[in-house]
Design a protein. Structure first.
Lengths: 399, 399
């Protein structure tokens, strides 16, 4: 456990009401921290899709942890080994905690390729089968601050012995078990015994089960996990599911949701403002109605869920926005909303201009970030119920 | 000619050696200017492809004139008319002179659709046939500072009478005539009689003829045009062709070349440094050899020229850059070169990350801009021959 400096300080824990706190001691010097509930910055090859580091830095604050994915990186192992200085420097990143996950939550990957001794990831060139030795060699070349263990119960012993090679790197153990409660509990108990810094809750992603079952599984599993280590839920990003999962005991999420919304030409406009001061209300009451008018949404259990529009967004490709000269979201202070109208975004999208993605990504990232701030504020002020009603109301009205 | 405030001040004119000067009195207040030889900022729907206005502003200087294209805009006429404030505001542009051309030089468009009374443009929804009335209504909705006349000799009379509707807008007349010298001279003489602010040299684009014929046609045509009005050459952007065309009497170019280079995953690295001070040399001698190694280049007459790699660039998709940890161009101060290496760009390209386009576009735009500065400096210092040898040497070596 040498070099394991990550420390979770919880300021508020209430059963069924989530955990509020700060993950401290992050980064090479231990000076960085991450508020929980929170999310990791989702990247492809170290970059937030569509955005340069410069554009990204125009957003006021961002998560201090950047998630990269082995599936993107595995095929470049040779180059990284030659480069020697690790992926952070290779990708021109600075001042961020680097977390290396196995799979990209925004890219569906085939199941059933994990054996007792290997795990498979999918890069642009197809499947790459990773043995423990290859996995550890890759992590050595990547040099992350944290990484997701490839090990389940079976491969853990081998993995542990190799782990000593990576001094100072924190490992997140994986809790598996599909939708079988007993298997989940067994996996949680086993993984809790390991010298890990945190836990990845795997196999609970959007589309694989409904939220009721997910909440139930998470609630039971987190009871088996030590209080003082963070729990990262993989593959869940929808605001309604985030809220429910936080209540069940999740601390961290993968931040891929704004990217998915952007890729389908949509903008997040859901309301998370629970201020009673009307001057602070971000959205007009009339604005709220708007989402309800969109026909497509997903409330149902559907394996293709992730590519479907949710009720938290509007589809700028829709002809109705052709002559709409308002910003994406009235009152939003992001670069896109300060400079452009929906009509312009609509025209960029219908003419396939890449700038559409850049502008939507700026707005969606800013809005999602603000949602997590509002979530933590609500927990601190004991108004989570109010926030939940506000956000979930925007789904249920349509089911 | 009311409202026609554009003024070309030439500081140096030498037959066969080009014209050096400044185009003054631009913009609503007449405070903007553009150095010639120069180029117009190429945009799609008002935005430089891949870049936000914010990212764009990280480039130290840019042309003060932005080119937009009717073919992109024609299908949005209704919305612009409803918007009322013109395209500049619609696209969130500021402080730029807006020049509205007919066709996008980076998008090939079918020929043979121009009649005596109409001209056709191609938007995302296919061909749009513009009558003079529709054309003028569109310009009224777009509200550019300059626009390219749709008129050739035949339709000019009608156009002129409509022109009075657009007070203060400058019109560029079009010189046509294909590759027939007599037709070119006739068109130049006719257009020179019109109340235009400048001239578009049409039908001479890369791929339609070789540079020797283009140079010959331009040299003869420009003799027929008044000295004090700018000449814009359409569809030519390659550095070697720019140099030859400037010598023949061209002042302005369409700035689409950096975009084309970016779209094929390439980076401009050609050397235009003619300083004898070795400390100022941008490129190492060895660097020069590099381009020569690329197999693909275009020196031949080929209608597909525009999509082919030239000898002024390197193809970052090439496997040779996989482990190349140098910046795109040693000594370049652009955002991309300061922060990233060729190997990273290579990996972004092979994994189809959109950021590749953003980063390449930043570098290519910066490099192209610097090339035009070097061109003007060389003209001022009477070292154009040296610059030509430097730049053309990078082509000829490979033919």
């Amino acid at each position: 456990m040498a070099g394991c400096r990550m420390k979770l300080e919880l300021s508020r824990v209430a059963l069924g009401k989530g955990r509020l706190g700060v993950l401290k001691g992050l980064g090479k010097t231990g000076q960085l921290s991450l508020e929980v509930p929170g999310y990791l910055l989702h990247t492809h090859l170290g970059t937030v899709p569509h955005l340069t580091q410069d554009t990204l830095s125009t957003l006021s604050t961002l998560p201090s942890v950047t998630q990269i994915t082995l599936s993107n990186i595995a095929e470049h192992q040779e180059v990284l080994e030659e480069f020697k200085d690790g992926f952070r420097k290779f990708a021109g990143l600075h001042d961020t905690v680097l977390y290396c996950a196995l799979h990209d939550p925004a890219t569906p990957c085939p199941t059933g390729h994990t054996t007792n001794k290997t795990v498979s990831v999918w890069g642009s060139g197809g499947r790459i089968e990773l043995t423990v030795a290859k996995f550890m060699a890759l992590q050595k070349a990547v040099k992350p601050d944290w990484y997701q263990s490839m090990a389940d119960g079976e491969t853990w012993q081998i993995n542990t012995s190799h782990k000593r090679e990576l001094e100072g790197v924190e490992v997140f153990g994986v809790v598996e078990g599909g939708d079988i409660l007993e298997e989940r509990v067994r996996s949680a108990k086993e993984t809790a015994k390991r010298p890990v810094s945190g836990f990845c809750l795997d196999g609970l992603q959007t589309g694989s089960m409904d939220q009721a079952l997910r909440t139930q599984l998470i609630s039971v599993v987190t009871k088996e996990l030590p209080e003082d280590k963070p729990r990262l839920l993989q593959g869940v990003g929808r605001p309604d599911e985030v809220l429910e999962s936080v209540e069940a005991g999740v601390d961290l999420f993968e931040g891929f949701f704004p990217f998915e919304v952007t890729e389908r030409g949509c903008a997040l406009i859901f309301n998370f403002n629970i201020s009673s001061n009307p001057e602070l209300a971000v959205l007009e009451p009339g604005e709220d109605q708007e989402t309800a008018g969109d026909s497509q949404h997903s409330g149902d259990l559907n394996p293709d869920d992730q590519t479907q529009m949710t009720s938290f967004e509007i589809n700028l490709k829709d002809k109705r926005y052709q002559g709409d000269f308002r910003p994406l979201l009235e009152g939003c202070g992001c670069y896109c909303c300060r400079n452009h109208q929906r009509a312009y975004l609509h025209h960029l999208l219908v003419t396939n201009e890449l700038l559409a993605g850049v502008l939507l990504m700026i707005h969606n990232t800013a809005h999602y970030h603000a949602f997590f701030s509002a979530l933590r504020d609500a927990m601190a002020e004991d108004t989570l119920d109010l926030l939940k009603r506000r956000v979930l109301g925007q789904t249920e009205r349509k089911d």
